[in-house]
Design a protein around this ligand. Sequence first.
Ligand SMILES: Nc1ncnc2c1ncn2[C@@H]1O[C@H](COP(=O)(O)OP(=O)(O)OP(=O)(O)O)[C@@H](O)[C@H]1O
Length: 363
Amino acid sequence: MSIQLTDIVKSFKTDRVLDSLSLGVSRGETLVLFGPSGAGKTVLLRLIAGVIDPDEGRIVINGVDMEGVEPEERGIGMAFQNFALFPHMDAHANIASPLTARRRTRADIEDRVNEVAELLKIRHVLGHKPKELSNGQKQRTALGRALAAEPSILLLDDPLRNVDAKLRFEMRLELPRLLKAQEATVIYVTQDYKEAMALGDRIAVMGAHGIAQVGTPEDIYLTPADTTIARLFGDPAINLLDVVPEQGGGGPEIQLSGARMPLDTAYAGVVGRPCILGIRPETIRFTEAGAPGVIPVEIEAETPLNEKTVTLAATRAGREILISRPAGTPGPDRGTAHIAIDPSGALLFDQATGKRIHPGESA
Ligand SMILES: Nc1ncnc2c1ncn2[C@@H]1O[C@H](COP(=O)(O)OP(=O)(O)OP(=O)(O)O)[C@@H](O)[C@H]1O
């Protein structure tokens, strides 16, 4: 492990922001910290950087306990939300500053500055002073400086927050390559789930009391620990319907719109238990009436969403369901339509706690 946090506690007055948090990040891994405002993401980065100290717990970096180790001795590069650029230097000099300090050759510095400026799309403003840069450009310059320094550990606090949507999209595609090429261990904070999924080897989802779930983007998307996390990932959001599974002829099933949707037989233990059925909009498809498990719905509205078309439909009981399909593929007109839900993608959560019910779990 490159970074190992064990039982970290941090309070401000009576407010316990981090409560016994443990987390390990492997060498070369990009770990995304994802969560709502106030969850303690920045506090966690500041603790690792050594700007503040934990009340309890241990921080070990590359095998060395960091207690008493000054921030500048920790070998960490940072780009925080407040840009902290040198105001009298242009963007080029700001990005080059860690390399100049290390007395790298001029040609070396030029190559490195141009490489990060190219990636961050700021080559055209390299001659500008911070006051002539937009917030998004300042943020990218600060990120460029952190990248140029090539630290073995890089802490990035929402570095694309002020960057417009189109650039964010492009950087989501390009940043992972650059971070991998750096071979740095990266902790990357964001509130944008798409950024989290694009950049993270793993994602740590932070809730009110620390880390709610850690896993690969796929783990978090396909098997979220609870309904809150399920809702945070996905656009359109996951469908969540209150249901009570029943015993059918071939195994557990759910009644929807007068039809019967079979559940995986591993869910036999949930018959009679109040559950929430979670269905991702893209796992539902329109189909013909008549086949077993096909559910009739009324189409209410349709809207384009980026590269998808999203349909709002209602069951006979008036429960609304979102269905998404690739834009340009045919869909039904208004009126009655029929849908099929892939049971292998259906998730079940406990109605009382919101926690995901694992297949094979008994009542
Ligand atoms: N120096 C401080 N003094 C008092 N409270 C603080 C201090 N630093 C952070 N906090 C509190 O700790 C909590 C977590 O703050 P933090 O900035 O880590 O949240 P965050 O998850 O990074 O949010 P955001 O995404 O908005 O940056 C907040 O309630 C904040 O008010």
